[in-house]
Design a protein around this ligand. Structure first.
Ligand code: AMP
Length: 113
């Protein structure tokens, strides 16, 4: 828990969101500023600033996050979707708590801008 972190506040229930899933390791909720008809954020409960800051001890959690993205997406009926995690400001990271964007419901362009 980092008291200045908005996603830690969401994990703690101090900031309200539209949660679609929660378990002991992670929460998934709707992005406030959606970039696609479905835009979820999948966030570990543990405060890790980004993928670049994960250690060996986080490997099982990273596996859980990816497996959960697949199962949550399936439950929501998302047949096709994109999973993105931004690492660092230049890549577009604005919240320094590891999170995966799950975007679906429209055709995606490649390469991304
Ligand atoms: P990133 O720019 O990759 O760090 O992604 C952060 C995402 O968090 C952005 O897409 C924001 O729209 C989203 N976001 C920030 N605050 C909230 C919030 N309180 N509830 C839901 N989404 C949020």
């Amino acid at each position: 828990m980092n008291e200045n972190c908005i996603f830690c506040k969401i994990v703690q229930g101090e900031v309200k969101t539209q949660k679609v899933h929660e378990d002991e390791d992670l929460v998934a909720f709707k992005d406030l500023n959606p970039q696609a008809p479905t835009h979820l954020l999948v966030v570990p409960k543990k405060h890790i600033p980004s993928l670049a800051k994960c250690g060996k001890e986080d490997e099982a959690l990273l596996g859980r996050l990816q497996a959960s993205i697949a199962s949550i997406s399936e439950k929501l009926g998302l047949g096709s979707y994109r999973v993105v995690t931004n690492v660092g400001r230049q890549a577009g990271q604005s919240v320094e708590h590891l999170h995966y964007h799950v975007l679906g419901g429209r055709r995606m362009t490649w390469p991304p801008g």
